[in-house]
Ligand binder design. Sequence first.
Ligand SMILES: [Zn+2]
Length: 264
Amino acid sequence: MIALAAALLLAAQPAITLDGTPGQGAAMTGRVPPGTTLTLNGQPVAVAPDGAFLIAFDRDAGPAATLLATLPDGRPLVRTLAIAPRAWRIERLPTLPRVSQPSAEFQRRRAPELAQIAAARDKASDAQGWRQRFVWPASGRISGLFGSQRIYAGEPGAYHSGVDVARPTGTPVAAPADGVVILAASTPFTLEGNLLMIDHGMGLNSAFLHLSRIDVKPGDRVAQGQVVGAIGATGRATGPHLHWGMKWHDARIDPLLLAGAMPQ
Ligand SMILES: [Zn+2]
């Protein structure tokens, strides 16, 4: 009798609950019965022992995504999510930019830097920051929006892959959520300068670029709000600012949607 009541109760509950709004560059958390396996557009999605999970959508994702759950009893459940498009800030310039040939020195250094970044992203940790409401690593004027793009004489340039916060060199940078340090550049990278990357678990990670100082090392556990470094202008930067990029697996996502409005 108790088992029947429990089964009825379970049947009455939606098997997939989602928190958040699907959209380009957005992340959502959700919950399924423990033991459920999950895919998003055919790619496996990790499910925590308590049934919680995280999904996110690339800047150019859409117009729909398919979430397929296979419940512990084998029942399949499909949810189709409409991915709302966003109006990215696009700037059209009439002429092509002057292209400078990358130097031999740049080309020699770049490949190992990209390999280090890829190796860091491949590191999975048991960090639980993905469950938290993210906070801004530094507060200040937003000087660059995620997803913005320049089009030169009809040729699209690469879009801006993070959000920029303009503050003076030395301004502390705090961890936006709990995590594990997966990369802390020991020497400045050509473009990113002093680069710090933090894994928040479940394939979600943050990258902080152009730092003047890094206070943590690979493998360190960091707590939300903990100072991990300071703003700078190292690498390719025209002035001191924090560039905060976020990825969920291969999807580039908008940190602003996780951290919410900039506090005054
Ligand atoms: Zn930037």
